[in-house]
Design a protein. Sequence first.
Length: 201
Amino acid sequence: MEEAGNRIGRVTRCNIRGFSGGTRLAQADVPTFGTFCKAPAQQGKVDVIGIVYGISIEDDELARQLAASDSALPEAYADNQFVRPVPIEIQALSVGYHEDGRYLQMLPPQPPLTLADIVPLSPGEVRAFTERLDFLRIIHGSMEVPSDDLISATLRQAANARPALEQRNFLVAAGRECARLMAADLTRLESLLRAIQFTPS
């Protein structure tokens, strides 16, 4: 499997439907809404694939002191926002897993273990996972996430992981799958299709 990027957290809470993780990261390294990530399960035999839907900056004593100060130097603010790692918590929705060299887009057989590393998928892994679009059904059916916003953010990230010449075809196929899922709610579908509309870079 292609090597992914740096760790964005360690699992603190988990169940079959998703997992949460905590860490301290510089602002530039904080994952974005819709990021594909993975965490190992079943003694490393399986990687659970998740999509980040929640990002919280946790309580930080130094940040509270700076916020209450009338005379803090601009350098202190800049250091706090861009250099010094901040405590964050992320929440990810489980949308599949990787086992024996193949991706399955269904809930995993077991959740990750606590303290397992959470890492973002590499562009190659994102392309491989999103060759099928069955995972959209899981997002669409989840009551705990902002599903329409998460679908559009996820599809944009999946498109950006592809070569420029493939992005439009991918989004057209994704739009068709969304139309199938949302056939009973055309207003909602129209809004989602506008959000993922292809714009050449």
